[in-house]
Design a protein around this ligand. Sequence first.
Ligand code: ADE
Length: 229
Amino acid sequence: MSKIAILGAMVEEIEPILSRVENINKISYANNTFYEATYKGKEVVIAYSKIGKVFSTLTATLLIEKFGCDMLLFSGVAGGISPELAIGDLIIADGLCQHDLDITAFGHPYGYVPEGEVCIPTDVKLREIAKEVARTKGMTLKEGIIATGDQFVACNEKKGWIEETFKADALEMEGASVAVVCHALNIPFFILRAISDTADMDAGFDFDTFLASSAKVSADFILEMVERV
Ligand code: ADE
């Protein structure tokens, strides 16, 4: 049976999950807390990494290498880029790129370093399960590219550049680093985000206002998926 990692970046992103799982065993490790638990008979390990690419790389690696997870589901919030995405809407990543990775001085495209790739695809089967959940629940699920960087984007110009350069539909601060880890370790992974803001000049205010409600939309959806994997 699969041991499923459920990862968020912030405590608000995993709280709605922790409140619904059973048989919790709390483990402190590497300045973080990992929660082994069960949900409807499935074994899960839940954690939040803290914000950004470095912390999410560390936590995703530990979930796989130390806690033995063989599948990873990320749940959280994102800034919307696509005009189709309003606050509270869900997006699943079909691919993830790092918008702040730049060695263009050497003739490489944005987001690329030698022996890496600009865009890392997520697991097709997990995406299919998500679409099935959305159909059953009558929910709209957008699928698209998510761009990741170590910056909270609150500026239309920056947002426009990320959209043009990566054809991205949403942006956040952890997805692509989790993708690098899972891709390298051959672990099927899935990135779900509910929109908390639209990365414009109101983004800071909107993020604070909608973090908890949007994080819950994403978390509830992830638990529906856990039942089906
Ligand atoms: N996560 C949610 N909103 C975001 C934004 N505007 N920039 C970066 N990460 C985010």
